[in-house]
Design a protein around this ligand. Structure first.
Ligand SMILES: [Zn+2]
Length: 634
């Protein structure tokens, strides 16, 4: 995952620039547009007259805000790609509940090699010190710094940010790397101020820092107060009632903190609603859609078409219960029971070397440029594979413009791990090809484009698994896992999206966002999304506590759009359709030069029309039919 960029919707005067809504002059936007649309992207040194200087200033502002945004992302969500890449709450939650089991023997070094970023912490610290001095000096100069210097400062800050984040997440108990990250964060804040042209004395917090505060409070509270699963082995009991009781104990232990989580979330919602008011939008979601360049009409259609196809999820929930051996209605405590994985072979854990070969085969439908990146990720040690006690939980892909991406995994060699690896490799390919094709200020793709890219590789994994399943049990397993992925990446995310919309509306209407009212809202949406085969119990209604995504500004609907646009792209690559490679390359090399929504529109995806949803859900229902047939014939 990553984040966004802009363009289009130029006629909307209320549009917010997501990088910095607070700092933007009205006229600057027109100039900026004129600049984007013209040929001024020539060397800055060529600009000599007054008008050029003005343009230079605007361009500098744009570039810096853009890059500042990248840096902020790193500050606020070191795991930006990460938790997200798991996508669904279910998977994220699941990952947190799995003990990282020891591994089969492997022949390659399972950790990443960061020497291409810095050759050890000492070198990073020296670079940090040099940059700190330079930034302090620049902040004390009324004139700031010239564009070239600023560009270099930005790149170095990004490199430091990446190094510090990766080092910290590889060993979260290490005080030294934690301290390095803190120093880098402080430096990045200063670089952002420098980029905004503020002098050191005018040290007002940027809108980023304000917006990011809620997420930081949430993260630190959730770490200290533990939304994680407990150690109770009964949570994984094969007996549904014992499992239920264990979950009830766990939920009871979480309840006291729910009110504090509700307060934190209420603060974030209030901030969003205030932003909407400031920018003359009727609702917070409109403000964020404008940033994403996704039209309100498209969004309404997405929500409406989702509602019309909820029955697909209802069917899946019923089938999931059947596949996991439930006799009664499914309950919350049953959602984490593993699906069948087919033959013994499919359940076997694979080594890293095997995973590398496997991924190269699964992703062989990608054009050569993509396959080369996949191979490099393994050959050049881009990946930190195995779980460790003090390693960051989850998975993500992250890198600097001047480095290749790095993948943090908690790989156990099972099929979930392979699926996650396929997803992260999608991000890695996208980041690599975009940074090779774009200048520094536009290489970073937004969330919609990033998840679109990763959905393609993840779907290639599932299509391959279904395709090569030979026995009936393998076929059932492959189809079930595919449908589980679709359900958790699509419907779970749309449920959470509806929760976001509704909770913002409640706050706007003056209603209190308490633990109780948020729980009620989640429960009613759960009943709607899960359908008649699911029993809403006292265990339901707390999921919102576990979603860091709720602090990322209407983030989750973009998983759904990524899937809708990803499915036809995946199939066109698999079927070798003419133009498929070009379409894929356009997405891969566009980076953040255009928003994901604009790239999708250019690729012919019209989210306002019903057609793309219908074909997407049709493929889904075909998979479901096939699985139902197999299960019923058992
Ligand atoms: Zn992702």
């Amino acid at each position: 995952m990553n984040r966004e960029e802009r363009r289009s919707q130029d006629d909307d005067p209320k549009r917010i620039e997501e990088e910095d809504p607070g700092m933007k002059g009205e006229g600057a936007e027109d100039d900026l547009r004129a600049l984007e649309d013209s040929e001024e992207m020539q060397d800055l040194t060529d600009m000599e007259d007054a008008q050029d200087l003005e343009i230079l200033k605007i361009r500098r502002t744009k570039r810096l805000k853009c890059v500042a945004w990248i840096l902020v992302l790193a500050v606020t969500a070191g795991a930006l790609f990460g938790i997200l890449s798991g996508g669904a709450f279910g998977r994220w939650f699941h990952a947190k509940t799995q003990s990282g089991e020891a591994f089969v023997e492997e022949t390659s070094d399972p950790t990443w090699d960061l020497s291409s970023v810095y050759n050890g912490p000492e070198e990073a610290k020296r670079a940090l010190e040099t940059l700190q001095n330079e930034v302090e000096l620049a902040l004390s100069q009324p004139a700031g710094v010239d564009v070239e210097s600023l560009d270099r400062i930005m790149r170095t800050a990004e490199r430091l940010q990446v190094y510090a984040t990766l080092m910290r997440d590889a060993d979260m108990s290490n005080a030294e790397t934690k301290a390095l990250q803190t120093s880098v964060d402080a430096l990045v804040n200063k670089v952002m101020r420098l980029s905004q042209g503020a002098s050191a004395s005018e040290s007002e917090p940027s809108i980023f820092e304000l917006a990011g505060a809620y997420e930081r409070i949430y993260q630190s509270f959730s770490h200290s107060y533990g939304v994680e699963f407990g150690e109770d082995p009964e949570l994984f009991s094969e007996n549904a009632d014992r499992r239920y009781k264990a979950f009830r104990r766990w939920v009871a232990s979480q309840e006291p903190s729910a009110e504090v989580f509700a307060d934190i979330y209420e603060g974030k919602v209030g901030f969003d609603n205030y932003l909407a008011l400031m920018y003359g939008e009727a609702e917070a979601v409109d403000a964020y859609l404008a940033m994403d360049e996704f039209s309100p009409e498209s969004f309404d259609q997405l929500v409406s078409m989702t509602e019309q196809h909820l029955v697909l999820n209802h069917r899946w929930i019923a089938l999931r219960g059947e596949l996991t051996g439930l006799s009664g209605a499914m309950r919350f405590s049953d959602l984490f029971v593993d699906l069948p994985q087919g033959s013994d072979e499919a359940e076997a854990e694979v080594s890293i070397d095997q995973a590398g070969l496997y991924m190269q085969r699964v992703l062989s439908a990608l054009p050569d440029a993509g396959q080369t990146v996949v191979k490099r990720a393994f050959d050049e040690a881009w990946i930190d594979f195995y779980p460790r006690a003090d390693k960051y939980d989850g998975a993500y892909t992250y890198g600097a413009y001047e480095s290749h991406p790095f993948l943090l995994l908690n790989f156990t060699g099972n099929s979930d791990s392979l699926e996650e690896l396929a997803h992260e490799l999608g991000h890695a390919v996208h980041m690599t090809l975009s940074s090779q094709s774009q200048p520094f200020d536009t290489y970073y793709a937004d969330v919609a484009a990033s998840e679109w890219a990763a959905s393609v590789t993840e779907m290639l994994y599932h299509e391959d698994r279904v395709d090569r399943a030979e026995s009936k049990s393998e076929k059932i397993a492959a189809l079930a896992n595919y449908l589980d992925f679709l359900s958790s990446t699509y419907f779970d995310q749309m449920l959470a999206t509806e929760f976001e919309i509704e909770s913002h509306r409640m706050a706007q209407a003056g209603e209190d966002l308490s633990a109780e009212s948020l729980k009620d809202l989640w429960r009613s949406l759960t009943a709607k999304y899960m359908g008649p085969a699911y029993e809403v119990t006292e265990l339901d209604g707390y999921d919102w506590v576990s979603y860091p995504h709720l602090y990322w500004d209407f983030y989750m609907y973009k998983y759904a759009t990524g899937l809708i646009a990803g499915a036809p792209l995946t199939h066109s690559l698999l079927n070798n359709q003419s133009g498929a490679e070009d379409n894929w390359m356009r997405l891969m090399t566009a980076g953040g030069s255009k928003s994901g929504a604009v790239l999708m529109a250019e690729a012919g995806f019209d989210f306002e029309s019903e057609e793309i949803y219908k074909s997407f859900f049709f493929h889904w229902s075909e998979l479901m039919d096939e699985l139902e047939l197999l299960v019923n014939a058992s």
